[in-house]
Write a protein that binds this ligand. Structure first.
Ligand SMILES: [Zn+2]
Length: 394
């Protein structure tokens, strides 16, 4: 059922204003000469807006309600109507102005990122094989099953098309390229990790979804079978039929799909045990003692997938700052670090390749081995890290 709330109607109106000029100019050409051309233009624009608005409304998902909400309210980390981090929040919430912001031109690459076309159905699996699709989207083939993490194959991140668009060269992989997915893992409900269009397209390929507490409401709203969704709180584990063991671990972040509703669902990092291999995915989250704690409790790790691209003085507490990605990998007792959350969408205000250029020397100083594959380029744990520098252009 479609729920209409005033805030969502406002977003649809903004979309109408943003797109009206462009659409009406194009339509004018088609309708030029017609007696009632303006009536026709108006009706088509209205229909397009309603269609776009419905998609936007659905993409905003649904917060937990009723019995589901009551279940969350009983959890120790859900207090006064929302989930809380382990540490008290230390940064001010500066709402990101996506429309009226001046940013350096190099925030986007001037030409297409190099990428590798790989048949994802024939990956080797004696040891876990990892394929990154840009941003935080990762496929891991293991002998216990295929794992897909935070997939976003849409051309934009966010509810409104055209505002945060993918870089050229990062749009070659789609839902239809994915092999059957034994488990989908979602870290939190932000649009660049929980993408409505991708998840709707992937629905029939996904056997099970593991998500933080409360995020199941969005998936059910988008047509997923509740029986195929496993919600975890921090430090809760589940073992899947193929033998994969997945544990949700804490992260220092937040959740929201509208500006007014924060932390109604949980955010998490994950420990993934596949046979004798142990991997860590950090999701989004700032630096804190939690990395050392997770390393002590669940490490060492054969691989840590950690965010590196969203640092900004506007939110030093909810994302890893420069160099902290390398330190977090050390804290986790990881043998190999793959930086994610970069190279697909505009992040904070830095040039698009600055995160990787600053991370590598920081990691070297700490003796942390880093792997930076191209988009779509597979690597198998135990192989030497990829050394080719493919990001040295503006
Ligand atoms: Zn986030």
């Amino acid at each position: 059922m479609l729920t209409i709330v005033p805030e969502r109607l406002t977003v649809a109106s903004v979309l109408l204003i943003l797109l009206f000029d462009k659409i009406s100019m194009k339509l004018k050409r088609y309708f030029n000469g017609m007696k009632y051309r303006y009536v026709g233009i108006g009706m088509v624009v209205l229909l397009l807006t309603v269609a776009a608005g419905c998609s936007i409304v659905r993409s905003m998902g649904k917060d937990p309600a009723g019995d589901e909400l009551a279940r969350l309210e009983a959890l120790p980390n859900y207090k006064n109507g929302s989930f809380e981090n382990l540490a008290e929040r230390a940064d001010k919430t500066i709402k990101h102005n996506l429309i009226f912001q001046s940013r350096p031109e190099t925030i986007r690459p001037s030409h297409a990122l190099p990428w590798v076309k790989t048949d994802l159905n024939t990956l080797p699996d004696p040891a876990p094989t990892v394929v990154w699709f840009g941003h935080s989207s990762v496929l891991i083939k293991t002998s216990q099953g295929n794992i897909l993490i935070d997939p976003i194959f849409s051309n934009h991140a966010g509810p409104v098309p055209g505002l945060i668009t993918a870089f050229p060269g990062t749009k070659h992989y789609h839902a239809k390229d994915m092999p059957p997915i034994d488990v989908l893992i979602i870290s939190h409900d932000h649009y660049d990790h929980l993408d409505y269009h991708t998840l709707v397209q992937l629905k029939d390929q996904i056997k099970l979804a593991v998500v933080p507490m409360g995020v199941g409401s969005d998936l059910v709203y988008w047509g997923y079978d509740p029986k195929k969704i496993i919600e975890l709180n921090w430090n809760q584990s589940t073992t899947l039929p193929g033998g994969l063991q997945i544990t949700a671990t804490p992260a220092q972040h937040k959740s929201n799909r509208t500006y007014s509703q924060e932390n109604k669902t949980l955010w998490a990092s994950y420990v993934i045990q596949a046979g004798r291999y142990r991997m860590f995915y950090g999701g989004d989250g700032g630096y804190g003692p939690l990395f050392k704690q997770i390393g002590l409790q669940y490490g060492p790790f054969d691989l840590a997938l950690l965010e590196c691209g969203q640092y900004s003085p506007n939110w030093p507490w909810t994302h890893l700052w420069l160099g902290q990605t390398a330190q977090a990998a050390v804290d986790l007792q990881a043998r190999l670090l793959q930086p994610v959350h970069w190279a697909k969408f505009e992040e904070a205000d830095q040039p698009w390749n600055e995160p990787i250029e600053k991370l590598l020397p920081a990691a070297e100083k700490l003796g942390m081995q880093v792997n930076v594959p191209r988009i779509g380029e597979p690597y198998t744990l135990g192989d030497p890290p990829k050394k080719a520098v493919w990001w040295n252009f503006n």
